[in-house]
Design a protein around this ligand. Sequence first.
Ligand code: SF4
Length: 153
Amino acid sequence: MRNDVSKEWWSEGVRFECQGSGQCCLSRGEYGFVFLTREDRKRMADHFQLGIREFTKTYCDKTKGYFHLKEEKGRDACVFLKGKKCGIYEARPTQCRTWPFWPEVMNSKTWNKEVKTFCPGVGKGKLHSAEEISKNLKMQKSSELALHRQRKP
Ligand code: SF4
């Protein structure tokens, strides 16, 4: 990713504020898994005062070598979604913290065609500056790299 963000479509910032729809916590198949780095699992395990191994056994599944949160059977929702709220908000995974500023969706085509229609928080509330967006993109990118490094086939 370029360091100069002035040419990005989001260079003037983007309005986004979570509307509590819970949409991003519902699974859309493999695409919708909440993937977890070791750091994510450690943070969440600490939240429950569990060891990382115990947390992983209780709350995680593994697909193609990548750990991700389990889903509630029959509802295809994240195991921590309570009503429309996150039941582990303070300790939520990086993927949930950085939404919707993910490298794979921050191109104008995907943003306008998919993110805008899927997420009711887009265009509402707080204006996130280009610097903030850039920081989230970097955080998400390094989390994705860690996921690949930590993959256990
Ligand atoms: S951890 Fe929380 S924010 Fe992330 S998908 Fe689950 S319920 Fe939603």
